[in-house]
Ligand binder design. Structure first.
Ligand SMILES: Cc1ncc(COP(=O)(O)O)c(C=O)c1O
Length: 395
């Protein structure tokens, strides 16, 4: 058993990488922290970091204990732990173990799925605004990137995605969407799967699904459709720095993805923390409620102060600053409150991550000062961004 648990045929492919795959594995993976922290790698002490959709609660207690317990055995690969986690996920989701691979975060399988299913001839179709990571992978391999505006209710416009992507290799659907935290109905996703061009796949990214009431797309995986589903322990489970993500799909689809970079061992700390988190049965409802209560409190405050935002079911939401959002982001940073980035299609909006209640109180106080003109951007000189392959990275 290897990493990222490999479907058995993939272990053979590991030894016979195609030329395309060898080229693709060399491509840069763009991650949420790279996108979020284009400004500052080392924020000043006491900063409020609500810019990268992290979970301030961190791993649950049993996950922390599992990490401590396994540490003395950290000199071993312990690949049986990968099998344990794969089996636990397979059982929870009602699929066979060869429908599951685990990885050091879900960005890795996202990138490799884009490498496997898009090309200069097969486009990458995504929502706008949507999570950008896959778009960077597609651009790097020369695929056409098709950005389709969200509907009026901020769902993926699946009919427009189909119309714009007749040459698609991959349709990316984020449920709930990053950055808006809005949902796309299961029937719309089914429609997309049923009507997509032959040979293409639908990649459904459920990184934030635990915070929401959305219906998972796992039934389409079980039905052997052309769907790869991604989950992560980075969000509700608070393990962004520990790194564990999951891909679910038909073994032949996972094998194609796997060819582009599977095979490395998982850190044992991530495996045991993820397994322990899954065993904590009350964790998802508990943390979903904590996030929803804080988020709703912020929404009430925004409403009572007459500020505009988009209602979300996630741990982030889009705030309309009604002016170039860059100025607000900078003026907030001057107060050591780091809010999220801008999507070019919505230049007056900034993405706000839901932090702890005290963090959100500080956000509110700082935001009010900015909106009433008490603090302006000119107070903070913002370091210039460094671009690598056109991607902003921390300086
Ligand atoms: C929509 C979405 N998918 C995937 C990821 C990747 O998360 P990770 O690699 O930490 O699992 C993120 C990170 O923010 C995300 O927002």
């Amino acid at each position: 058993m290897a990493t990222d648990r490999v479907p058995s045929k993939s272990r053979r492919s590991f030894l016979s990488l195609s030329a395309a795959a060898s080229a693709a594995v060399a491509l840069r993976i763009v991650t949420e922290p790279m996108l979020a922290r284009a400004r500052d790698h080392h924020p000043p002490a006491g900063s409020i970091m609500i810019d990268a959709n992290e979970n301030p609660l961190g791993p649950c207690t049993s996950a922390r204990e599992a990490i401590v317990t396994i540490t003395p055995q950290g000199g071993r690969y312990l690949d049986g732990l990968t099998e344990d986690l794969v089996n636990a996920i397979a059982q929870m989701e009602g699929v066979k173990p060869d429908y599951v691979t685990v990885h050091a975060g879900s960005t890795v399988p996202l990138h490799h799925t884009v490498c496997a299913f898009t090309s200069p001839q097969r486009s990458y179709v995504t929502a706008d605004p949507g999570f950008e990571a896959g778009m960077f992978s597609a651009t790097a391999i020369g695929a056409r990137v098709v950005k389709v505006p969200l509907t009026k209710s901020f769902a993926h416009d699946v009919k427009a995605m189909l119309a714009a992507g007749t040459d698609a290799g991959l349709f990316y659907v984020c449920l709930p969407n990053n950055p808006t935290g809005t949902l796309t109905s299961h029937s719309d996703i089914e429609y997309l799967v049923q009507n997509k061009p032959k040979g293409s796949i639908v990649l459904v990214d459920e990184a934030y699904i635990h915070f929401s009431d959305a219906t998972s797309t796992v039934d389409l995986v079980k039905a052997d459709k052309d769907v790869i589903l991604l989950r992560t322990f980075s969000k509700l489970y608070g393990m962004a720095g520990i790194r564990c993500g999951v891909a679910l799909g038909r073994p032949d689809l996972l094998e194609k993805m796997y060819t582009y970079g599977g095979g490395n061992f998982m850190p044992v700390t991530a495996l045991v923390a993820a397994s322990a988190s899954l065993k904590h049965t009350g964790l998802v409802p508990e943390r979903k409620k904590i996030n929803a209560d804080i988020r709703e409190g912020v929404f009430q405050w925004l409403d009572s102060n007459g500020y505009s935002y988009i209602r979300s079911q996630s741990n982030c939401f889009m705030l309309d600053t009604k002016r170039p959002a860059k100025k607000v982001i900078d003026a907030m940073a001057a107060q050591k409150v780091f809010i999220g980035r801008i999507w070019p299609v919505w230049p007056t909006y900034s993405r706000i991550t839901v932090g702890t209640r005290p963090e959100m109180e500080q956000f509110q106080a700082a935001f009010k000062k900015v909106m009433t003109g008490a603090v302006t951007a000119s107070l903070t000189p913002v370091p210039s961004k460094r671009l690598i392959d056109g991607v902003p990275v921390p300086v």
